[in-house]
Design a protein around this ligand. Structure first.
Ligand SMILES: Nc1nc2c([nH]c(=O)n2[C@H]2C[C@H](O)[C@@H](COP(=O)(O)OP(=O)(O)OP(=O)(O)O)O2)c(=O)[nH]1
Ligand SMILES: [Mg+2]
Length: 144
């Protein structure tokens, strides 16, 4: 198919996302399963979402996690920042360790949630960009 110059040079949308790796007292990590109907439907992820104008990454992660799961968290050390290009989307994921402070997680905006051990993460199917998050976690980067 022929493309005009503007189509050829246009980039896919770029989403800037804050992501939390939430730890509980048993040193398990919270993961959620994205809704089947949406983008990357049915894949597991770490909770998070788009940074709003004027918001810090830490504020974004706190807000998204309260909205998606109804829990209070403390945002801890930065773990890793990943730039990844999917076929029709670029994402920048800024990932922080987080600690559960209050409440019990509810699947308010996802299909399912689970507490899992670090060693069991590989049993779940995540978006491609998450391989780097899991590698960073296994290296023990950042304080949690
Ligand atoms: N929250 C989260 N998003 C991830 C992870 N890995 C990964 O590639 N992503 C991508 C999937 C989405 O494109 C984007 C997260 O954005 P989002 O969940 O707020 O937005 P969305 O695309 O589901 O929906 P919308 O708000 O644009 O309608 O980042 C992850 O571990 N956690
Ligand atoms: Mg989200």
């Amino acid at each position: 198919m022929l493309q005009t110059t503007s189509e050829t040079s246009s980039l896919p949308p770029h989403k800037i996302i804050g992501v939390g790796v939430i730890w509980n007292e048993q040193e398990q990590i919270l993961i959620d399963r994205r809704r089947l109907e949406g983008a990357m439907g049915g894949l597991w992820e770490f909770p998070g979402g788009k940074i709003e104008p004027g918001e810090t990454v830490e504020e974004c992660i706190k807000r998204e996690i309260y909205e998606e799961l109804g829990i209070g968290i403390e945002v801890k050390d930065h773990l890793i920042t990943i730039d990844h290009a999917y076929t029709h989307l670029r994402v920048t994921l800024t990932v922080h360790h987080c600690r559960l402070i209050s409440g019990t997680p509810q699947p308010l905006e996802c299909d399912e949630i689970r507490w899992v051990n670090l060693d069991d993460l590989e049993q779940f199917v995540f978006p491609q960009a998450n391989a780097q998050i899991i590698t960073a976690l296994k290296k023990g980067l950042g304080a949690r």
